[in-house]
Design a protein around this ligand. Structure first.
Ligand code: DQQ
Length: 471
């Protein structure tokens, strides 16, 4: 039997207009959370929750890709696969990678049972530069849940770091029945024997969901940030963050926010050799299982973002430099916008940087993916009256809107960064409000671009046609 190479698989799907060209996704089939994200000897390694057998969730493996610049990626052989009879026989769920004195080490959640009802934490190490991985013979290294949890079904996604006191610390996501989500804090001298300390933070079921997963906890400047992916009973998932102080293993939040108002979920961050905190997140699909089956793939990673904090304790995000894949550039400036103005630009893979002058009422923004007859488009608009950032999908079949509060200071300009890539739309306003979206236009799109506004004044607009990272 001749098996298709990753390059063959990518080629087979390359003509799909919904498939991104400059965002990372596997050669084919399903992907969800980023895992084990780490810079190692100058290269970036990205592992990811992957079903190698189909485009729907299941059979959780860790796929693997490597990059020199976080822009171009190469596929590598599978990082982890479930071991029949082992603690991860039902799946290798999410986790992280650390440098344990020169030994690359995964700490990940292993699952057993038809419904993944037994979740434990396991180790794996690599001796050949992160290519192949050996599971620790005495896995799992942590199977007992804290007394508060009372269940092993939601006890997962270890995030581990080392403190200057020499200890390893770990946060894990879980839930407490009728209370809400909880993040448990542990410590260890050797990554093998873990001592439970206490809950780092406990949620409120009414406000922050029934359970918490995929925590990230790290120091940023002089403050600490806790990022959590939350799930609710009605299946709504989102990512929230807390900023605060951390002393004597106790975290005291001073502010909180929503990391993304759209489809970004289960992000994972790591510290790089320039001391930047870089985050990457799964951009979920919003189409049906049937559509994913038909497409043969599902799930994309965001463009990695560098995190900072502002003086108001808001988490700010800047996509990493994309200069290497920015092609033809279009520049516009100084226009008054009232209505819809088609621009002489088209494309389904664009990087947009727009700056609008402050306005006290009215709207301003950009329409992308416009059809020739103008009946189908995606509008990204700031509404000064309601102080909201909105993404609005308009077509004969769909009228959908997603909004995020976005407060501007009285003289502050609106900065819009939009990364359009097939079905992916990443929007970041003033580096602090993130709204990611997916579009699946059915009508033959002309991929037009329009300026839109009511009493709006454009300061400047730069649009780059993006180059594929796979050709
Ligand atoms: N996905 C993983 C879990 C994680 C969830 C399983 C979040 O480890 O909690 O695929 O998307």
């Amino acid at each position: 039997m001749v098996t298709a190479t990753p390059a063959d698989l990518r080629k087979r799907l390359a003509a799909d207009p919904h498939r991104p060209r400059f965002h990372f996704l596997p050669p084919a089939n399903w992907m969800n959370d980023p895992n084990g994200f780490i810079q190692w000897r100058g290269q970036w390694h990205l592992f990811y929750q992957h079903n190698p057998f189909g485009p729907l969730w299941g059979n959780m493996h860790w796929g693997h890709a490597v990059s020199n610049d976080l822009v171009y990626w190469s596929d590598l052989p599978m990082g982890l696969a479930p071991t029949p009879g082992g603690p991860d026989e039902s799946g290798c769920f999410s986790g992280c990678a650390v440098d344990n004195g020169g030994v690359p080490t995964f700490i990940y959640t292993a699952t057993r049972g038809a419904h993944h009802e037994i979740q434990t934490q396991c180790l794996a190490t690599s001796e050949d530069g992160l290519r192949t991985w050996q599971k620790y013979a005495q896995n799992p290294v942590l199977s007992e849940v804290p007394p508060e949890a009372k269940q092993t079904r939601d006890f997962r996604d270890p995030f581990v770091w080392r403190e200057s006191d020499g200890w390893w610390y770990m946060v894990l996501g879980s839930r407490i029945q009728d209370v809400g989500g909880v993040i448990f804090l542990y410590r260890s001298q050797d990554l093998i024997r873990w001592e439970y300390l206490h809950p780092l933070l406990t949620g409120d079921i009414q406000q922050t969901g029934v359970g918490w997963e995929c925590p990230n906890f790290f120091k940023l400047d002089d403050r600490w940030v806790l990022i959590i992916s939350i799930y609710t009973l009605d299946g709504i998932n989102k990512v929230i963050y807390y900023v605060g102080s951390y002393e004597n293993q106790r975290f005291t939040p001073i502010s909180e926010g929503i990391l993304d108002y759209g489809v970004l979920y289960a992000p994972l961050s790591t510290l790089d050799d320039q001391n930047r905190r870089v985050l990457i997140g799964w951009l979920r699909e919003t189409r049906s299982n049937e559509a994913m089956q038909a497409a043969g793939w599902s799930g994309v990673q965001s463009i990695p973002r560098v995190l900072t904090l502002d003086a108001q304790n808001r988490l700010c995000m800047t996509p990493i430099k994309l200069d290497a894949i920015r092609g033809t550039k279009h520049h516009f400036e100084g226009r008054v916008v009232d209505g819809h103005f088609p621009l002489d630009v088209r494309g389904s893979a664009l990087d947009v940087e727009a700056v609008f002058e402050p306005q006290t009422s009215g709207q301003c923004g950009i329409a992308l993916a416009c059809s020739a007859d103008g009946r189908q488009r995606l509008e990204v608009v700031y509404d000064a009256d309601t102080q909201q950032l909105r993404v609005r999908e308009v077509s004969p079949a769909i009228q959908q809107e997603q909004a995020a509060p976005h407060m501007l200071e009285p003289q502050e300009r609106l900065h819009l960064r939009i990364l359009l890539d097939g079905s992916v739309v990443e929007i970041i306003a003033n580096e602090r409000t993130s709204l990611t979206y997916r579009i699946y236009p059915t009508q033959a799109a002309d991929n037009g671009v329009q300026l839109i506004g009511k009493q709006a004044r454009l300061h400047s607009l730069d649009i780059w046609e993006m180059v594929s990272i796979w050709d």
